[in-house]
Design a protein around this ligand. Structure first.
Ligand code: BES
Ligand code: ZN
Length: 616
């Protein structure tokens, strides 16, 4: 009964989406060939073989068709897919139908146009992926920790679903899916769906995602995975080498869920599990519904990097429940999520830690703003058909977050919390554009509290480059203390670091004067073992400084770091720094060529642009 009611609720949400679609949210997505106003695909059935020998997914994608007019063609997005044939379900049988693949567009891939006639209710595409699919990474057994079994995973956001599923690849669409997966016995395949905790490894898996999600949230991974529960509704999937450490590291996840529900309403996705990816995973985390994908580089052994878990969990409200309608609206996902992340951290660990994390984000934002063209510091960014991956920065994250902090400060926490909670309810299971958000904000917050914030101010935040003059400038008392200590230390004094966490160390290293003497570099390293730090974030900050300072003793560690970690946020600032001098560039290219086979396609693309700029 409860299930049926919930289904009706989702069905209604899906209908609502269709009606918003006719208002044109989808039409603003320049990154998809889909025409949601003509035909939409609210349900997908996947039947895929995970073929490790050929590094391919092979099988079928079957869609339910909903026509919104008299269109007789379906337009899908693809990238590097081999299409074998397309079929229609007519008169209770499959019939082959004509299709056409368009020219390859560097960013968008290829449009797949399928003739669907006027009555078919389903379409089926037989296809195979390329071994170089931009949204998949295939690791050989030697590239895994266990060394015995291969591993594969997807990273679909923003527009890589199309490299492993022919799909209407726009976040304006919402669809449910079921999947049948075939892989080697002994391996476990998981998805952003109702994964089982059973320890059976038959190689055949049936999965289902009953809530409508956007295409970029469809995810898959397969490998030698074990599973261990943290609580009744939270478990960790990981290779055995790290599973106990990850369960310990993330023990606070159930409390995070409770805290978020108290602020923003129920967690609507049933289970919340975490999957540890290999070190080549290109992001820190990815909020695949019910199963966040997480880099092993945040399993630091001291629980200091769990804001990343708070972040991916927060997407269960901001992003997965209320979703950006196009990649120009990414701040609606990431700005809200960074805000919610920080609120979760504050609720669990107090204001001091939350402030430090906000201040670190602010510093990162200022750094990015220096580097970026002014027009790329706009929240509602103009992308044209540029690849969203090419303009990825802290702007949608931290500028978006500061915008919400600003609103919270202006309207007061109580009012702003109530507004946000209602927002998540009102837009649940819908995709919204920046324009829709502005209208909603005007009606439900600005108009209800006259003369607190003007629409001009909102427009400045959303459409102008840089930060408004009255934007919050997050500071942290803890960091002020670190800076004081640093001044004393630079004059030969001792540091009191006993109670420093990763945050203080990051601030300390990032604030060191660039004219720091080599004697002081050695002194720091000797006393605090920074070159040898196993904390991936601290090591990153130190190695970056070591490049600027030509600090030779860190070179071997730098090489090792670049060869073993593929998380782009940790890797690319190092290559960017190395690319500044010709000797370092030569060295970096050598290391890169050695590291390349282990890097994810995204990490390869981004860093080749840094190291071989003339090849573009
Ligand atoms: N959804 C993002 C990752 C993403 C964004 C991939 C846009 C592709 C396009 C994920 O939630 C994320 O933001 N990860 C961050 C977490 C950090 C801000 C705590 C990361 O990977 O560093
Ligand atoms: Zn995010």
């Amino acid at each position: 009964m409860a299930i049926k009611q919930q289904f009706l609720q989702w069905a209604t949400a899906a209908t609502l989406v269709a009606s918003t679609a006719t208002q044109g949210a989808w039409a603003e997505d320049a990154h998809s060939y889909a025409k949601l106003d003509e035909v939409s695909t609210p349900h997908l059935e996947l039947d895929l073989t995970i073929d490790f020998d050929n590094k391919q997914l092979v099988g079928t994608a079957t869609y339910d068709l909903v026509r919104h007019g008299d269109a007789d063609t379906l337009h899908l997005d693809t990238r590097d897919l081999t299409i074998e044939k397309t079929e229609l379900w007519v008169d209770n049988a499959w019939q082959e139908t004509a299709y056409q693949l368009g020219d390859t567009h560097e960013t968008l891939g290829q449009e797949l146009t399928i003739s669907i006639g006027d009555s078919a209710e389903k379409v089926r595409i037989h296809y195979a992926t390329a071994p170089t699919a931009s949204g998949l990474q295939w690791l050989t057994p030697e590239q895994t920790a266990g060394k015995e079994h291969p591993f594969m995973f997807s990273q679909s956001q923003p527009i890589h679903s199309r490299s492993w599923i022919p799909i209407q690849d726009t976040p304006a669409l919402r669809l449910t899916y079921n999947a049948t997966l075939h892989t080697e016995p002994g391996l476990l395949a998981v998805m952003s769906a109702n994964n089982s905790l059973s320890d059976e490894r038959s190689g055949e898996y049936q999965l289902s995602m009953p809530q409508p999600i956007s295409p970029y949230l469809i995810a898959i991974a397969a490998g030698d995975l074990e599973v261990k529960s943290i609580s009744d509704n939270v478990a960790v999937f990981a290779e055995s080498y790290i599973i106990d450490d990850a369960v310990w590291e993330w023990a606070d996840t159930p409390a995070m869920i409770t805290a978020t529900e108290a602020m923003y309403g129920p967690y609507r996705w049933d289970r919340y599990d975490l999957l540890v990816l290999p070190p080549s995973f290109p992001y820190g985390g990815m909020e695949n519904p019910r199963l966040s994908f997480i880099t092993p580089t945040v399993v630091s052994g001291d629980r200091t990097l769990i804001n990343l878990i708070a972040h991916e969990l927060a997407h269960s409200w901001s992003g997965n429940l209320v979703t950006n309608a196009s990649w120009r609206d990414l701040w609606i996902n990431e700005g809200f999520t960074s805000y919610v992340e920080n609120r979760i951290m504050e609720a669990l660990f107090g204001e001091r830690r939350a402030r430090m994390e906000l201040a670190l984000g602010y510093q990162d934002l200022l750094e990015d703003m220096q580097r970026l063209a002014p027009q790329d510091t706009v929240l509602n960014i103009e992308l044209g058909t540029r690849h969203p991956d090419d303009v990825f920065s802290n702007v949608p994250y931290v500028k978006g977050q500061l915008f919400l902090v600003y609103l919270e400060e202006k309207f007061g926490r109580e009012t702003f919390d109530a507004f946000l909670r209602q927002y998540f309810d009102d837009f649940a299971f819908q995709s919204i554009s920046t324009k829709q958000f502005k209208e909603y904000l005007a009606r439900n917050l600005l108009a209800k509290h006259a003369n607190v914030v003007s629409m001009d101010k909102i427009n400045e935040w959303i459409h102008q480059p840089g930060l408004p003059a009255d934007a919050p400038k997050p500071e942290s008392d803890a960091f002020a203390q670190v800076e004081k200590q640093m001044q004393r230390w630079l004059k030969g004094g001792q540091l009191q670091t006993a109670d420093w966490t990763t945050h203080e160390w990051l601030h300390f290293i990032n604030s060191l004067p660039l004219d720091i003497s080599s004697v002081n570099m050695e002194r720091l390293d000797k006393e605090y073992g920074l070159t040898a730090s196993q904390n991936a974030e601290i090591a990153h900050a130190w190695l970056r400084l070591s490049i600027v300072k030509n600090y030779e003793p860190a070179r071997d560690r730098l090489r090792n770091y670049l060869l073993t970690i593929g998380r782009n946020k940790l890797v690319s600032p190092l290559y960017r720094e190395l690319a500044r001098t010709s000797d370092n560039l030569k060295w970096a290219r050598e290391v890169y060529q050695q590291a390349k086979p282990g890097y994810h396609p995204l990490t390869q693309t981004v860093n080749e642009a840094l190291l071989y700029p003339d090849n573009d």
